[in-house]
Write a new protein. Structure first.
Length: 563
């Protein structure tokens, strides 16, 4: 811990982070606010956590409620105060003061109270003490000078004893407390506020003062429920976002193919906008199913449909979310937007994310919050949860109801999102057809084609539209145009086949003619050869005849006659 004043942890989730370590040790802290804002529960949590978590016994001094009532009240938060009392880790001291029975005369002071408190502290070796509430203690004092002196004396006595004290006080008119002095002599002042706006209540906490240390100064929503008192420092979130190179599937292979075949980056925020009935929730549920198939955890926050309804609806597209609910990989939380204030919804959501530690979070739909508060407040709330998810490397899917083919959201979140999917229902030729537009995917090469969005019993498919002269066609118009194209293609193939057959016939006729000419030529060549042979034979015979004739006439053999 950095140099500075010593601090005592309260064990209150979120509060110790805001104060960088809890309340000032050995010093008094004032918790003030109007009736019903949670002052006594804050003080009780501080005291009980000190006894059971940090080995610091405590004394609870009540001037109004009976000890049995305090035990019962904190039991609703899951605290076994009666067990701690039995172990002598906590002591409840009930001091009833009736102003009508007190006569303020002379040097009247709180000496008797100090003796009683000192006895109680020494009895269990207390390190912490709670005084609830200070107005009841000082209600008998009418002299302002005496009142101020005794308040200072009480705070000085607590410091001398080294007690880490929490003193509760009622909100005054124009001041933090009724006396208006406690806030000045306290080392730490915490203001709890319970306000109602548009019939929706919100509890908020603000650290008005904290001597000797840095602390958060904004207003922070806090919860009081069956799990105790918790504060979420949502306003302190920064831009320390984790960046991942890993790509994860959207659960729709055709959509992954549009994203260079790899899906979205892990830890990014995906906005799914669309008109009613366009398939926003179904697409978000496919992302949930894909995450659970990878062995990851998913948190589904629904503001319109119940868990059973969502599970039933997804079965129509061949997806069983019920098995992931049974294995604990999927947690489904459904609540109406008007059930809490915006800040309270944010606090609940962030608390659930922090405890469940999911890999994927779905908010369905974020447009439901636009009726619960001003647009600026909705934007602030959603900005905080987007930043929280990104800073923890959690993939977020946000659905939003669009009005027509608009390319902007009511909550103004499109610029915060890493990816944006737009779903529309197009009316053409007497029917509605769903279309998907991938408007944005930061850092990923993606398709700019419009795809027909088809949901069937075997999942979600994205069909490429028919791009004709009249534009992109989907649904029955696409099928009719494709059928027309198939008929035209069939006719073209038939004509080509006819021409090929005609050419083949001509080729065969030409070959037949060539064979006939070859046959005629062979006959002529044979006749020529016969005539040539006959001519040669004739010439040979003529030469033999001439020779024979000459011999007979005596030209051959005349030399013998002279002998």
């Amino acid at each position: 811990m950095a140099d500075g004043i010593s601090k005592s942890l309260t064990g209150i989730e979120g509060f110790d982070d805001l104060t960088l370590g809890g309340l000032p040790s050995g010093r008094p802290s004032l918790v003030c606010g109007s009736a019903g804002c949670g002052k006594t529960l804050f003080a009780s949590t501080f005291l009980i956590n000190g006894a059971r978590l940090y080995d610091e016994p405590g004394v609870f001094v009540t001037f109004e409620e009976r000890p049995v009532d305090i035990v019962d009240n904190v039991a609703s938060l899951g605290f076994d105060l009666q067990g701690l009392i039995a172990q002598e880790r906590v002591l409840i001291e009930h001091i009833a003061i009736d102003p009508t029975e007190v006569a303020e005369v002379g040097d009247y002071d709180l000496e008797a109270l100090f003796l009683r408190l000192e006895f109680a502290v020494d009895q269990i070796g207390a390190k912490r003490i709670v005084l609830d509430t200070i107005e009841s203690l000082f209600s008998a004092f009418q002299n302002p000078a005496v009142l101020r002196a005794e308040i200072r004396r009480l705070f000085d006595w607590l410091k001398q004893k080294g007690l880490t004290a929490v003193i509760t006080g009622e909100r005054g008119d124009g001041t933090l407390t009724r006396q208006g002095l406690e806030e000045y002599v306290s080392d730490c002042v915490i203001l709890l506020d319970h306000r109602v706006d548009n019939q929706i209540s919100t509890r908020r906490l603000r650290i008005v003062k904290y001597r000797g240390t840095a602390h958060g100064t904004n207003e922070y929503p806090f919860l009081i429920d069956e799990e105790g008192f918790s504060v979420l420092p949502v306003s302190s979130l920064g831009l320390s976002h984790k960046v991942h190179e890993e790509r994860i599937s959207s659960g729709v292979p055709d959509l992954d193919a549009m994203l260079s075949g790899g899906g979205f980056y892990r830890g990014t925020s995906v906005l799914i906008t669309g008109v009613a009935g366009s398939g926003k929730s179904s697409l978000a549920c496919m992302m949930v199913d894909a995450a659970c198939r990878r062995g990851e955890k998913a948190l589904y926050l629904s503001f319109e449909e119940s868990e059973a309804q969502t599970v039933r609806n997804m079965k129509s597209v061949g997806t069983d979310l019920g098995r992931w609910l049974s294995t604990g990989q999927l947690r489904y939380i459904g609540a109406r937007p008007t059930f809490y204030s915006l800040e309270m919804h944010l606090a609940v959501m962030l608390r659930e994310v922090a405890r469940f530690k999911p890999d994927l979070v779905v908010l369905d739909p974020i447009s439901a919050f636009t009726e619960s508060g001003q647009i600026g407040e909705v934007q602030s709330m959603l900005l905080r949860i987007v930043d929280y998810l990104k800073s923890n490397g959690i993939t977020g899917a946000f659905t939003h109801l669009a009005h027509g083919a608009q390319t902007e959201t009511d909550a103004g979140l499109s610029s915060l999102m890493d990816a944006w999917i737009l779903l529309l229902n197009r009316e053409a030729h007497g029917e509605f057809n769903r279309e998907l537009y991938l408007l944005k995917a930061r850092g990923i090469a993606h398709s700019n084609q419009v795809r027909e969005f088809v949901m069937s019993d075997d999942g979600i498919h994205l069909l490429p539209p028919y791009l004709g002269e009249g534009g992109a066609l989907t649904g029955s118009a696409r099928r009719a145009e494709e059928a027309k194209e198939r008929r035209a293609e069939s006719e073209r193939r038939t004509e080509v086949a006819r021409l090929q057959d005609q050419i083949e016939q001509r080729r065969r006729r030409a070959l037949a003619q060539i064979e006939a000419l070859k046959a005629d030529l062979a006959v002529d060549e044979a006749e020529l050869q016969r005539l040539t042979q006959a001519e040669a034979s004739f010439r040979a015979q003529s030469e033999r005849d001439v020779t024979e004739m000459a011999r007979r006439r005596g030209f051959i053999g005349s030399a013998d006659d002279t002998d």
